[in-house]
Design a protein around this ligand. Sequence first.
Ligand code: HEM
Length: 416
Amino acid sequence: MTFDTPMAGMSFLDPAIQRCPYELYKKLRSEAPVYWAEEMKCFIVSSYALSRKVLGDPQVYSNLNALTRVANEEVADRIAAIRASGYPQVPFLATNDPPTHTGYRKLATGLFHARRIQSMKGNVESIIRGLFEPFIAKGGGEVMHEVAMPLPILVIADLLGIPRDNVLKYREWSDAFVDPLNGLISAEREVECAEQMLEYQRYFAAIVEERRRFPTDDLISEMIVAEVPGEARTMDMPELLSCIQQFLVAGGETTTFTLGNGLLMMAQQPALIRELRQSDAKLESFVEELLRLRSPSQGLYRIVLQDTELAGVAIPKGSVVSVRIAAANRDETVFEDSEQLNLGRSTAKPHLAFGSGIHFCMGAPLARMELFAAFRRFVHAAERIEVDEPSGGFDYVPSVFFLALKHLHLKVHLKS
Ligand code: HEM
């Protein structure tokens, strides 16, 4: 069954729904698990089983250019002209399909292997210390900009071997890639994002050229010499730029949002910090439950390659499908007491916050390491935290794609 109007007056464009979409998700799962959202011009898939089905069928549900569509038709020509003046954006990993996805994925797995991630542990912990200690010592502040944003970007910057002092620029370029996905971008901002992507390309093309001449032991130097599986060649500049971009973007934004979502949850549930301090197992479980309950990417886009049908709903070729992994993660037929945080929950049925299928997040082990280490440091230093309302409280970025805090002012009460 599909509906042509927002359900019972609820709309994804409503900021209140974006902040708390869970009642809508529940209604969708039970009444219309495949739902035509007129206001977003896409089909919404909300149950766990159907979400896995879509994510597991790249032949029908494609990632190709699903993230690089232009949102504001009236500026499509201007954006095309801006893009044409830079390097072509090569469909890579998250924006690509088999068969080329398969080769790139193999290449990226060879670069971003478990040993490399494990070897980053000491550096991740030192970055966390460097950011959290002053924040906690001064009794708190605005945690998104002071801690949650720089943390994963510094980790990625060190991995790529790029200067740390340009963190704000990396974040700006990362935003320029994801803002067009939030479903609410203005035409003017969309053009600005396209221009910033050119700036990104110029900056990284210069670094690539530099590393070609003087290789180091960083990830960019390794990307340059890595062979594209089965093709007996290395990546050209557009491929390298797309590869770097995906690590920078995918590794930054989602981890930042999850850090913010977790700290807000601790502030809203005061007994949690004490409980998490009891054991590392509880902390590990908290990270998974947090990702399940407050998934930073609320939905993943797919383009339908052929006329198809899902749960009795006809989906024409060319349609856009938004797989609401955040809704699937609260599916009561899969997760008992699905709306509740349960630190003893079995992980037999995995949540979908890192996706599922061939595009499953390549950075999941790194993200888990960062989140665990950051929350661990926090709960062992702070007795209690609260949202600092007089300083501005908290607010979300308007987005139909992410659950992302724009700012979160916290008061930290130290352990005596
Ligand atoms: C809490 C943090 C993170 C979350 C929730 C997350 C979530 C996701 C999701 C849902 C996908 C699948 C996209 C799709 O199916 O269309 C994905 C893909 C990906 N992620 Fe992550 N991610 C996180 C952190 C990271 C980190 C730290 C890195 C690397 C440094 C990373 C690298 C990637 C890459 C390269 C892909 C594309 C894989 C492919 O298409 O084959 N992610 N991520």
